[in-house]
Design a protein around this ligand. Structure first.
Ligand code: NAD
Ligand code: ZN
Length: 359
């Protein structure tokens, strides 16, 4: 078992990286959780892991309840949160009770938000089971739900008490979801650590074969990178913005696709877009841009968009909640392992890059 610590003063917490659930009782004791806990999971994850986790959590002395939500982004709304509040009320959950998110980023974001708001905040734990959640969403305390078509419009920064990652849960994850998560993993290497990028690039087949030590190392590096950014900028005042690499184009493509593409697939296209823009601005070489596209393709990720309107994608970028006063900022690569935030207000350049991303 690997243990990392997210250092955020009195909101600090450990991340455990393991290959089964047997360390859960100790993790619960370490966080001094006791009394009632409610596991929130989804309709796909529950049949694989709910009973296994419940058993371990009960071993730690918790009174364990559970609630299964329908799998998918469409559940990420206030109605689902209300349902959780109702259950917590009827089971008499109090300030010292806890919520446990067992699932992907959807379950994690909903559970974190419910925990942040129920009786002004109860403890919660992340047990992420998708690669996206293990590499990204379970760490850093961003919680929230979608509202009237706007993704993550309502939310809170609220840190978990611990994160418990069993890398073997990836074995049951649909392979398209595994690829999608890899976009965030590749992103981490590209923005912060060239060696890690090379490692992922050369170990792609081991990842797809669920090689345990490769998955453990990959997860350890992901968590180390993500936590270091969060530690320096918990509430996204500056540095944390760098994690949005690939996301300016990515989010715009995601909405233009009406969410038929997975988040990581859009990020992959967005990364290709960031490299194309950096190339046009003379920041990197065409060889580097081509090599990165090859890495993304080897993770079975798309790097081109099909049948989307350039103007629509551009408009989506302007309407993104991260655009400031109509000015678009992009995180652009300076070299592999290093990226910088740039404001680009050249509409023509942006549209040219979108055109180049089309098949
Ligand atoms: P998800 O939670 O919908 O999971 C993807 C699919 O895989 C779902 O169908 C789920 O049921 C299934 N699944 C998950 N783990 C499984 C397993 N081990 N075995 C079998 N099936 C499994 O989506 P996601 O990609 O994990 O997360 C996306 C969400 O995360 C989005 O809502 C996004 O906004 C959010 N997100 C949040 C942050 C953050 O910092 N909070 C960061 C990035 C993304
Ligand atoms: Zn993302």
């Amino acid at each position: 078992m690997v243990k990392l610590n997210v250092e955020l003063g009195d909101r600090s917490y450990p991340i455990y990286i393991t290959s089964d659930f047997s360390g859960l009782p100790k993790a619960v004791q370490g966080a001094r959780l006791s009394g009632k806990a409610m596991v929130i999971t989804d309709s796909n994850v529950c049949s694989h892991y709910l009973s296994m986790c419940t058993e371990q959590l009960e071993e730690s002395g918790l009174e364990v309840h559970s609630h299964v939500i329908e799998a998918g982004e469409k559940s990420k709304n206030l109605d689902t949160v209300k349902e959780i509040y109702r259950l917590l009320m009827s089971e008499r959950f109090e300030r010292n009770s806890a919520l446990i998110a067992l699932g992907g980023g959807v379950v994690g974001d909903i559970t974190g938000f419910a925990a942040a708001t129920y009786v002004r905040g109860i403890s919660y734990v992340q047990i992420p089971t998708s690669l996206l959640a293990q590499a990204d969403s379970s760490i850093g305390g961003k919680t929230g739900v979608d509202f009237e078509g706007s993704k993550n419009l309502v939310g809170a920064f609220y840190q978990p008490r611990f994160v418990y990652i069993n890398v073997n849960t990836l074995r049951t994850l649909p392979v398209r979801e595994l690829s999608s998560g890899l976009a965030e993993v590749i992103k981490h290497g590209l923005i912060m650590n060239a060696e890690f990028y090379d490692y992922i690039d050369s170990n792609m087949s081991k990842i797809f074969n669920y090689d345990e030590s490769t998955l453990q190392y990959m997860t350890k590096m992901n968590c180390t990178i993500k936590k270091s950014v969060v530690e320096q900028d918990e509430r996204e005042g500056g540095l944390r913005e760098i994690l949005n690499f690939g996301h300016t184009f990515g989010h715009a493509v995601e909405s233009a696709s009406d969410f038929s593409l997975l988040h990581g697939e859009c990020v992959s296209i967005g990364i290709a877009g960031a490299f194309k823009m950096a190339l046009r601005l003379g920041m990197i070489s065409s060889e580097t841009a081509a090599a990165v596209e090859n890495t993304l393709k080897s993770a079975a990720l798309p790097v081109r968009i099909k049948g989307m309107d350039t103007q629509k994608i551009y408009d989506n970028m302007l309407h993104d909640k991260k655009a400031k006063n109509g000015r678009l900022s992009f995180i652009l690569p300076r070299e592999i392992g290093d990226a910088v935030s740039c404001v680009v207000d050249n509409e023509q350049l942006i549209k040219q890059v979108i055109e180049e991303l089309k098949e």
